[in-house]
Write a protein that binds this ligand. Structure first.
Ligand code: HEM
Length: 220
């Protein structure tokens, strides 16, 4: 259980640093460059700001990917990819693949050189295109980030439709004791077909939470 909590914490931390940086570049640095506030060599100044962030983003992408895969494995959540209610899981992987391709392949091999040439010819057009690209990536990322939290808050979505609940949604409901909080689930989770998928997933979350919350602390 500790590894799940740590994985989730580092997953979200990675997302905060990575997408937070993208938001900063999109909403602050690029508009300033386009307004001419970074001086005459604005494209070079922009690159000097974004280059070090590129390495931070690459590290964050690796951390988010590894922790995401670890949670997938530990939650046994691979079958979510067959359920359209979990479109945000597909979105997470999609956003990850797009950024990984951009940061590890396209930027070093193609985009960097092209941007230089384009910037020397027409810096306004190059910056405009950069900003549009950044807005598209940021919007995709924010929709992906908001989706699972909206599911937890609204309490409708997949569970109401009889699908598997978000692991953290089930844990949260158990903690606040809201309607639908899983009750009396044994440590042995019966097979999915016997209990229905929603109950199966709630039971899994309950078991994980119970083993973490009720385990006697050594030395206590
Ligand atoms: C290979 C890529 C990724 C994988 C395999 C992955 C997998 C996961 C898994 C299994 C969870 C736990 C979900 C749950 O049961 O509630 C999770 C949570 C989360 N992921 Fe990802 N993820 C990936 C990339 C991303 C990206 C790119 C973002 C942001 C744009 C993101 C944002 C989040 C957020 C905000 C949560 C917390 C959800 C909650 O607390 O309910 N993930 N991810």
């Amino acid at each position: 259980m500790t590894d799940l909590i740590l994985a989730r914490a580092f997953h979200v931390l990675g997302v905060v640093i990575w997408i937070g940086g993208v938001a900063m570049v999109t909403m602050v640095v690029l508009p300033a460059a386009r307004r001419g506030e970074l001086g005459p060599a604005r494209l070079a100044v922009f690159e000097a700001i974004e280059r070090p962030f590129g390495w931070i983003a690459r590290l964050a992408v690796i951390v988010v990917g590894l922790t995401g895969l670890h949670m997938l494995h530990r939650l046994g959540a691979l079958d979510r990819f067959r359920d359209p209610a979990f479109w945000w899981m597909h979105a997470m992987v999609f956003v990850w693949v797009v950024f990984a391709l951009l940061l590890f392949v396209l930027e070093p091999l193609v985009l960097h050189k092209r941007l230089h040439l384009w910037g020397a010819r027409d810096p306004d057009a190059a910056l405009r295109a950069l900003q549009t690209g950044h807005w598209i990536l940021l919007t995709l990322s924010l929709v992906t980030i908001l989706a699972p939290f909206r599911e937890v808050k609204a309490g409708r979505s997949s569970e109401a439709a009889g699908h598997a609940p978000s692991y953290f949604a089930a844990l949260r409901r158990r903690a606040i004791g809201g309607a639908g909080a899983p009750q009396g689930v044994s440590r042995e989770t019966p097979p999915v077909h016997a209990r229905g998928r929603a109950a199966h997933w709630a039971g899994r979350a309950e078991n994980l939470a119970r083993s973490a919350l009720c385990r006697p602390r050594s030395g206590a």
